[in-house]
Design a binder for this molecule. Structure first.
Ligand code: S3P
Length: 166
């Protein structure tokens, strides 16, 4: 079986839903950000601070290319994983791609207590999320096989819908 790949913005629930999906499907779960952190021994904010966003994107690209080469894995990606054309190609070729669509309002609610996202350190994270969404939504849609609405729905319900549509 090919991989099942979750894409979408910060606060879409990719890690939570990915973990639940992997359990249901009895497949290993991989989270590209967590893999980067394990390999480097540093957390994502530290990588942004020391290497800049481009440094992080280089690590992210290498990780995505590696993980997409696996088989039978549920993979959660970072919200910016679709930015580079090479990543989009790797993701599309790596398995079934599921876009967890989430409104900016829900993203704000779900990310407001989390300090682990360097791009949201701004004084106005809502504007950042809106601006990112305007650029990225077409990119998520470009490579998605399935688009799932996550607003106002608990993770287990989202998982059931993904399973029904696979
Ligand atoms: C990012 C999203 C984060 C992480 C990094 C950059 C982005 O992952 O990769 O902070 O560019 O949207 P999550 O989507 O899991 O928060």
């Amino acid at each position: 079986m090919r991989n099942l790949i979750l894409i979408g913005p910060m606060g879409a629930g990719k890690s939570t839903i990915g973990r639940l999906l992997a359990k249901e499907l009895r497949l290993p779960f991989k989270d590209s950000d967590k893999e980067i952190e394990q390999r480097t021994g540093a957390d994502i904010p530290w990588i942004f601070d020391v290497e800049g966003e481009q440094g992080f994107r280089d690590r992210e690209q290498a990780m995505i290319e590696e993980l997409c080469g696996h088989d039978g894995v549920v993979l959660a990606t970072g919200g910016g994983a679709v930015l580079r054309p090479a990543n989009r190609q790797a993701l599309r070729g790596g398995g079934r791609v599921v876009y967890l669509h989430t409104s900016v309002e829900q993203q704000i609610e779900r990310t407001s207590r989390d300090r682990n996202r360097p791009l949201l350190r701004s004084a106005d994270p809502g504007k950042v999320l809106r601006d990112l969404m305007a650029i990225r939504d077409p990119l998520y849609r470009e490579i998605a096989d399935i688009i799932i609405e996550t607003d106002e729905r608990p993770p287990r319900m989202v998982v059931q819908e993904i399973l029904a549509r696979l």
